[in-house]
Design a binder for this molecule. Sequence first.
Ligand SMILES: Nc1ncnc2c1ncn2[C@@H]1O[C@H](COP(=O)(O)OP(=O)(O)OP(=O)(O)O)[C@@H](O)[C@H]1O
Ligand SMILES: [Mg+2]
Length: 183
Amino acid sequence: MKNYPNSGFTVWFTGLPGAGKSTLSKMLAERLKQFHLPVQILDGDEVRKRLTKGLGYSHEDREENIRRIAYVAKLLTNIGGITIVAAISPYLNSREEARAEIKDFVEVFVQCPLQMCIQRDPKGLYAKANRGEISNFTGISDPYEPPEKPEIIVRTDEEKPEESLQKILTELVKLKYIPESLI
Ligand SMILES: Nc1ncnc2c1ncn2[C@@H]1O[C@H](COP(=O)(O)OP(=O)(O)OP(=O)(O)O)[C@@H](O)[C@H]1O
Ligand SMILES: [Mg+2]
């Protein structure tokens, strides 16, 4: 970590529903906690029940959801925390705003073809969206704008979760956010 313990950073996972953001965020948090680092996950599902309760899935509400997450991530990052965001965050522009606000920002594109996400459908939401029971569902009836220059890309259709985690840790070392002794 840059000047650890005084300097925090945010690892921002973005990707389609079912791509693997929550899975990897938990694995990353567990690993960093083993080294007693101050880690906090902001997972979209949890955030939407609390911090952004009441917001929906219109373009405007999705932007507001990300703005509030970015604000909290910035606060935690500024006091030396490692903030791990796991949210679809489908819009390029919102993620660029988050990057500008947080500054120590590591974008991880959790890449997985839509067809594979539909097959996984861990929450059964693709099935519902395909039946027309949910509107504005990312990948089906709402756009996902992939990152143009993410710091890290993981391919969860090809890699085992442990391999994706290792890739992330290796990049965090290269970026000098964590010491090599952690991987
Ligand atoms: N390399 C990998 N990394 C992460 N998940 C993987 C990988 N390979 C397979 N998977 C599986 O893909 C699924 C991803 O589900 P997960 O809930 O993490 O997605 P998500 O991106 O958080 O979705 P949502 O946006 O709906 O919350 C899990 O069942 C996980 O085991
Ligand atoms: Mg999730």
